[in-house]
Design a protein around this ligand. Structure first.
Ligand SMILES: O=C(CO)COP(=O)(O)O
Length: 254
């Protein structure tokens, strides 16, 4: 069974309540585009409001603690974000791996905590430019995922998405070529099938992320093994985010 394409906006550390107008506008249009699953990951402070005001689209968080509760000043648990209305959490984004020294083992522990709280996962991976230039991108990404993904996930096909985001493509305006995306996504698929089995591993959506815009969305989303997009900058206005959602919907009709 093929799931609908999954288009997720990662607002990163952007957005005060004034941004709720964008979420509402996205929600209104997304309702008409049933063939695409649309979601936003706003900052923690807006999760509950987006959940309440944009009821048709999914809402998620950009991170969570590996701990359930306790004396961890400043941290937010998976249980808390689920309670605020989140349905999923993004884990292992390169901005957290690099900026907060998150290891594969920590990301796996966070994934286990999120699953225990009933959340779905978007687990990120991606290589730096030097790694790609050295010809090691595929080996690096596969090792990263092998160590970051839980050993088993009940209903992995629906509960897990993987986002391939080459670090050099994030916020730079550069995107990977369709051929490079396809090569990487096929390698990721092989890992998912070997870990979660033909059926569940075959269903997991593999999202591409890194400078996805309305202008390049059709090419990237039309590539083999691309099951959606994780969008940063272009998700901050309803107009550009909906341009990407529309491209995904058009491809479904094609
Ligand atoms: O990091 C990203 C999404 O998680 C991609 O960000 P940009 O779309 O701004 O390149």
């Amino acid at each position: 069974m093929a799931l609908r394409p999954f288009i997720v906006g990662n607002w990163k550390m952007n957005g005060t309540r004034a941004m709720l107008a964008e979420a509402r506008a996205i929600d209104r249009s997304a309702q008409r585009l049933m063939k695409v699953e649309v979601a936003l990951a706003p900052p923690y402070t807006l999760i509950h409001a987006v959940h309440k005001e944009a009821e048709q689209i999914g809402v998620g968080a950009q991170d969570c603690s590996a701990e359930a509760d306790g004396a961890y000043t400043g941290d937010i648990s998976a249980v808390m974000i689920a309670d605020a209305g989140a349905k999923f959490v993004i884990l292992g984004h390169s901005e957290r791996r690099q900026g907060h020294m998150e290891t594969d083992a920590l990301i796996r522990a966070k994934a286990e905590a999120a699953l225990a709280a009933g959340l779905k996962l978007i687990v990120c991976c991606g290589e730096a430019e030097a790694t790609r230039d050295a010809g090691d991108a595929e080996a690096f990404v596969i090792a990263q995922l092998r160590n970051s993904l839980p050993e088993s996930i009940e209903g992995a096909g629906e509960r897990l998405s993987v986002a391939y985001e080459p670090i050099w493509a994030i916020g730079t305006g550069k995107t990977a070529t369709v051929a490079d995306v396809e090569t990487m996504h096929r390698a990721i698929r092989a890992l998912l099938v070997s870990r979660y089995g033909e059926e569940e591993g075959g269903m997991v959506r593999i999202l591409y992320g890194g400078s996805v815009k309305p202008e390049n969305a059709r090419d990237l989303l039309g590539a083999d093994e691309v099951g959606g997009a994780l969008v940063g900058g272009a998700s901050l206005t309803a107009e550009s985010f909906l341009g990407i959602v529309m491209a995904a919907a058009d491809l479904q009709d094609a």
